[in-house]
Design a protein around this ligand. Structure first.
Ligand code: DP6
Length: 360
């Protein structure tokens, strides 16, 4: 499938006005996307658990206006109040998607968006935010083309979301989504995420992700700037090769449910991502002392109890703790007793693997 397939045929039945609302979840990568080529093409394939509780809900009220020669216009409410901070990101998103939503300039969009997680929790809302926005835009397109298949609807929503933020293309479907071309992934594409259809062991069915909020401030370096540091990075080729190998191992682990191997892969991926940031020029340390303290506690707990608890990290200091549903009681007790002290204002978010975005 190529980009051409996402350019709509001339749409004759432009709706006058209407509204649509979608809730899209965040996701947590097991094999990380880090490094990209122009046009939001990932340097390596990635795979993630779709989350459930951490989500963005976005509504669009749209009105037809003008003759389509101007840029689409929008105004935005974030958590109920006008907010101009998101304007540059949405403007650049609109610019990138315009060739594929040629009807959009006929509209003014009134966007109303909110996150389920606390404001400035240090959790990136770009994945869930871009996914929810893309689904609303696809809903508008579907009103003009009611015969559109569900497959095309979700695929194009993921395609558009990717243009907003790479990892957002993995926030449309669930419970496990991969993104990027790879021999081991049937139908895998660099252009959109696809639900993982290979066999998955039942241990992953009710998998938990408790997000420990270690540092709620803004990130030292944005993901976009971080990806750029992989251009010309001394270890880039090795990292991309490692991610490709890890994806093969991960598909095997997901089928077999081998928790020792799962833990090794997930933690190694997280540390490799941070190692890339530590060895780029300029170099960054994205962990905080409390991130390290938590990691050491997790290793101790695992050694003592044998529970299948592991950590992963995104490009920041917060720690995601991954574990099977059946370990919930013990792990939550451990978090309350020993890890809460490392969280800013004692805050953490209990999330779990989920089914994907929903129309509201
Ligand atoms: C560390 O998707 O936020 O979370 O494409 O520039 O918007 P842009 O980057 P983004 O990168 C996220 C990277 C990551 C790993 C991952 O989710 O795979």
């Amino acid at each position: 499938m190529s980009e051409q397939e996402f350019i709509p045929a001339e749409l004759k039945n432009l709706a006058g006005s209407g509204e649509t609302t979608w809730r899209a979840p965040s996701n947590i990568a097991l094999v990380k996307y880090w490094g990209k080529y122009p046009g939001q093409i990932p340097a390596n394939p990635s795979i993630s658990f779709t989350l459930s509780t951490s989500a963005t809900t976005t509504g669009i009220k749209f009105n037809k206006q003008g003759d389509g020669r101007e840029k689409p216009s929008f105004d935005l409410l974030f958590e109920g109040s006008p907010n101009r901070a998101f304007e540059p990101k949405i403007n650049s998103f609109i610019e990138r998607i315009l060739p594929y939503v040629t009807w959009l300039p006929f509209y003014h969009l009134h966007i109303n968006t909110s996150n389920s997680f606390p404001h400035s929790s240090g959790i990136a809302s770009s994945a869930s935010g871009m996914a929810a926005l893309s689904l609303c835009i696809m809903d508008m397109e579907k009103k003009m083309n009611p015969g559109m298949s569900d497959e095309h609807f979700y695929r194009k929503a993921s395609f558009l979301a990717r243009l907003g933020s790479g990892s957002a293309c993995r926030s449309i479907e669930g419970p496990i989504v991969s993104w990027g071309k790879h021999d081991h992934i049937k139908g895998g594409s660099d252009l959109y995420g696809t639900a993982f259809t290979d066999p998955v062991h039942q241990v992953f069915q009710n998998f938990q992700d408790t997000i420990l909020l270690v540092h709620k401030g803004t990130k030292t370096v944005s993901s976009t700037a971080g990806h750029a540091l992989m251009d010309g990075h001394a270890f880039a080729a090795q990292r991309f090769a490692q991610a490709n190998r890890n994806l093969i191992s991960m598909t095997d682990v997901l089928a077999k449910g081998d928790m020792d191997q799962f833990i090794e892969l997930v933690e190694s991926e997280a540390l490799s991502l941070h190692a890339m940031m530590m060895t780029s020029i300029p170099y960054y340390l994205l962990m905080k002392p409390n991130t390290l303290a938590i990691i050491e506690k997790v290793w101790e707990f695992r050694k003592e109890t044998g529970e299948a608890l592991c950590f992963t990290l995104d490009a920041g200091a917060n720690v995601h703790l991954l574990y099977p549903g059946e370990s919930s009681e013990k792990v939550l007790q451990f978090i309350k007793n020993e890890l809460v002290v490392y969280c800013e204002k004692g805050q953490y978010i209990c999330d779990h693997i989920g089914a994907g975005a929903k129309k509201i």
